[in-house]
Design a protein around this ligand. Sequence first.
Ligand code: NAI
Ligand code: MG
Length: 355
Amino acid sequence: MTTTRHRIALIPGDGIGTEVLPPACAVLDAVGKRHGLAFSYDSFDWSCERYLAEGAMMPTDGLGRIRHHDAVLLGAVGWPGVADHVSLWGLLIPIRRQFRQYVNLRPIKVLEGVPSPVAKAGADVDFVVVRENVEGEYSEIGGRLNRGFPNEMAVQEAVFTRPGVERILDYAFTTAQRREGHLVSATKSNGIVHTMPFWDELVREAGERFPDVEWRQEHIDALVAKIVLDPSRYDVIVGSNLFGDILSDLAAAVAGSIGIAPAANLNPEREYPSMFEPVHGSAPDIAGRGIANPLGAIWCASMMLDHLGHPEAAAEVFDAFASVLATTDARTADLGGTATTKEFTQLVLGAVTDR
Ligand code: NAI
Ligand code: MG
């Protein structure tokens, strides 16, 4: 068997970020052996700890150092004592934007053995949220005036460009084509009267380019209520940066635990590395105790394998952790169990190699 090599940049970050990446790498190495894949890892200490010591989340040439890796695996960033917008805008957002990772993809599945707090038992919940990841509401345009005076004010502009919206819609419609052929667009054109009607128009145009996809739009407020009431009715949901952010955390909770949910920041053209990160944060409340759920990070490893062109290896990783959940009682504390990160990882590794 010839060996395919991949260079992976690891950014463990803060808190449990540093505890969940080693399990993901162990699983990659184990499944790689069966598929002729060899991974080499370069680890970067970019984090709030670094910020407190050196005044920056990453070095000024940071992006250049990971520019030529095949993919980036990130744990979590954020720590008490460093404002969350500092850690976000000092690390995650520059990577997403400079590497043109304009798709944020979050698969939601209710797995056997992990009860959803809302879905009816046996309901088949399996959908993806496609979030626009580089423009929209999260823009740097705006400012603050009259700080400290009674008439203090803040203005924040949302930016929606035709190419930016068209490419995320094309990605979402293509994803729907490959899945069940159903797409819902999250909107709020009844309240937000410039950007959202523009978004809706471009959705309609995209619908004409993809006649085989059945689509509709739903207002974000009604949509979140419907997801809670019946998550099994969705296949692909596409939303702007803000709506997609909120929808994907809601959806992660619907699937049972934030500790399980994965996310991919994709540059579909592959001009830059894509980045894979669990949805959860650094969990300061449990950090350092070895009890974090490694599944979000392991599921990310599976998504990374898929992106790197190894769908069979990706499916084996998914099947391995799904079978551990379905056939054993082992659970980490977030799922009501007593297994440590290490113990749970061992079971997944066993399931990968026992095939
Ligand atoms: P969080 O996701 O870190 O924690 C929320 C709750 O879920 C906590 O009770 C935590 O113990 C639990 N939890 C999360 N992941 C878990 C896992 N894998 N296993 C078991 N339990 C888990 O969110 P929180 O507390 O709002 O944020 C903490 C820090 O993380 C903040 O600084 C925040 O900015 C940052 N953060 C970073 C993200 C990222 O790197 N993408 C995403 C979300 C938050
Ligand atoms: Mg979020």
